[in-house]
Design a protein around this ligand. Structure first.
Ligand SMILES: Nc1ncnc2c1ncn2[C@@H]1O[C@H](COP(=O)(O)OP(=O)(O)OP(=O)(O)O)[C@@H](O)[C@H]1O
Length: 250
């Protein structure tokens, strides 16, 4: 019987969960042209690799193109040449898109909100320019579960980031093909492949409540090793009749 090394096992696990997410949530169809948002972080680097490999073997055919958006007014640094070489080494065409926004026009909104809103807008613009019908983002299972816990805790809403979001108004679909891939495996992949770390991260970035939630997710998994699967399952097992419902007044 074939024996696999720990590295091979990690790679096979990632491929398996990636494929399962793609199929289970119907993320890729023949003829798709998918724009990959490549931030330079480990997750979107992995996404380029996984989608590129699948594009080679998947029938019916689909195609991919990667874009890195640079917000010129935010002093973070990314190595665009590294990203270009990385994408092209997987046979994925690479686009660098520079844009900026004026934070003084809306001082009520935080720079992070404005930056991500403008980045999202840029992704839609490039997707249209590149003839893409889908935009793929590098969120993984842990991101989605942390967002679920954050939305329950801070927004009082049972919601998260769906694997597939059809935006009719923009004639565009957002997909998260790594929705079933675990972050621990992506950390391991980054080590195996020796992905280069982002040169300088955004100075405004505050990850505090997200990293606290990451800790809480780990604590839940210590209590119950199956906790992440229960949390995931809860999103498609909402037992409406067992939840509080206000009676209409008047
Ligand atoms: N500057 C960017 N250019 C293109 N796509 C981006 C950019 N920043 C983020 N994205 C897309 O949005 C996703 C979520 O962004 P987020 O900032 O949460 O991730 P990240 O921590 O920067 O990096 P990663 O998810 O790649 O490790 C990324 O995985 C990527 O697909």
């Amino acid at each position: 019987m074939a024996r696999f090394t720990e590295e091979e096992k990690t790679l096979r696990r990632i491929e398996k969960r990636f494929g399962k997410g793609v199929v289970e949530y119907g993320l890729i169809e023949g003829g798709d042209r998918i724009l990959i948002g490549l931030s330079g972080g480990k997750d979107s680097l992995a996404l380029v690799e996984l989608l590129a490999r699948r594009a080679r073997v998947f029938k019916p055919k689909f195609s991919v193109v990667a874009v890195h958006v640079v917000m010129k007014n935010i002093p973070y640094q990314s190595d665009a040449e590294y990203l270009r070489n990385f994408a092209e080494s997987w046979g994925v065409p690479f686009v660098l898109y520079e844009t900026e926004f004026d934070a003084s026009t809306d001082t009520r909104k935080s720079p992070c909100f404005l930056c991500s809103w403008n980045r999202r807008k840029a992704l839609f613009t490039i997707a249209k320019e590149q003839g893409c019908n889908k935009i793929a983002l590098g969120h993984h299972m842990d991101d989605i579960l942390e967002t679920l816990l954050m939305n329950i805790t801070y927004q009082g809403a049972f919601s998260s980031m769906p694997p597939r979001l059809v935006m009719k108004k923009f004639d565009m679909t957002i997909i998260r093909p790594m929705c079933l891939v675990h972050e621990a495996d992506l950390i391991e992949l980054a080590r195996i492949r020796d992905y280069r770390k982002q040169m300088k991260n955004c100075p405004y970035e505050s990850q505090s409540s997200r990293s606290t939630m990451k800790g809480i997710l780990h604590q839940l998994e210590e209590m119950n090793p199956e906790a992440r699967y229960s949390l995931w399952g809860s999103m498609s097992n909402v037992q409406d009749e067992l939840l509080p419902k206000r009676t209409e007044i008047g």
